[in-house]
Design a protein around this ligand. Structure first.
Ligand code: BDR
Ligand code: CA
Length: 311
């Protein structure tokens, strides 16, 4: 199996991304690193463990990482995810322990001890943990196989400001470090995730899987549905983060372009914007596979079939 570290700020959609990974034998989850984002770190570290316990995987190691962006105050998204970050279902408090090691140290230690090119980083939140690890231990950068990240937007512009997507906006300096790191980067921007909509039939498919995971997934996606429906008037809420896991399992579901993508870190107006050279109008070197399209039916088929395997 492919070895991955999931860096995350759960978040209902993060939860589904984690569940998809835990349901997939092709992936070996070396650890889950929590970061502050949708809600503060204490909650994301707790939510990650609740999700592992839902999947009956208390053996997965969960680490708490950075509680603040590198150089800014934390911006959270309770207006989308609810006060707990995982509003919707009623899940029991976790009983599995949080690891004592700091997430950044875990990332550094793991990349140093595993073979070069063996570990893929899957990032589902602000990039603070990963960028901090890169800053502190630059020797690990060439050892990363690939970073697959949910973040950014180009044609779909922003969801937290008119020009920025949440994960990049919360810690633009961290995103800038990661985008300039030279690590092979695959990006799932809003351009992709706004096509991965949990419509009523797709939600029903989760609900009727006959297992607890299916029911909880339906309740979680129902919860943030209410926000996106009001906001975008679309057929259902975008399921952002699971696109990262799905890409690892079935890359053919996605298409995009290998292009230059840079992060705005100084403008007040467009802070955190991912400027993607989609039409290759500059000679700046490509640094990211920036996805633009998804086979949404294929994605939901995969997700639904995999979630059926969980308790
Ligand atoms: C991203 O922001 C968070 O609210 C979601 O979990 C997702 O990672 C979408 O912009
Ligand atoms: Ca997230």
């Amino acid at each position: 199996p492919r070895k991955i570290i999931i860096d995350t700020d759960p978040g209902q959609d993060d939860a589904v991304a984690i569940l998809l990974a835990l349901a997939s034998p092709e992936l070996e989850v070396l650890g889950i690193t929590a970061v502050a984002g949708n809600v503060p770190l204490t909650l994301t570290a707790k939510n990650a463990r609740m999700v592992c316990e839902l999947a009956e995987r208390p053996d997965i190691r969960v680490f708490a990482g950075c509680d603040q962006p590198m150089r800014r105050n934390l911006v959270t998204a309770e207006h989308v995810h609810g006060r707990t970050g995982l509003d919707g279902p009623t899940l029991p408090d976790p009983t599995m322990p949080l690891q004592e090691q700091h997430a950044v140290d875990f990332v550094i230690e793991t990349l140093r001890s595993e073979a070069p090119g063996a570990v893929t980083l899957c990032t589902l939140g602000p990039l603070t943990n990963v960028a901090t690890a890169f800053e502190r231990a630059p020797d690990i950068i060439p050892r990363v196989a690939e970073i697959v990240a949910m973040g950014g937007a180009y044609f779909e512009v922003g969801n937290i400001t008119p020009s920025a997507e949440f994960n990049i906006y919360v810690d633009p300096e961290a995103a800038d470090i990661v985008f300039k790191s030279g690590v092979p980067l695959t990006i799932m921007p809003l351009d992709v995730t706004h096509k991965a909509l949990v419509t009523k039939p797709r939600n029903d498919a989760f609900r009727h899987l006959g297992n607890r995971t299916g029911l909880v997934t339906a309740q979680m996606t129902d919860f943030f549905e209410r926000f996106d429906l009001e906001k975008y008037g679309s057929d259902g809420a975008p399921l952002h983060d699971p696109t990262v896991t799905a890409y690892l399992l079935e890359p053919g579901l996605f298409s995009g372009r290998h292009i230059n993508v840079e992060v705005e870190t100084s403008s007040d107006l467009t802070l955190g914007m991912t400027v993607a050279d989609w039409w290759r109008v500059t000679d700046r070197a490509p640094n990211a596979m920036f996805m633009g399209d998804i086979d949404a039916d294929g994605f939901f088929d995969l997700l639904t079939r995999r979630l059926a395997r969980l308790p």
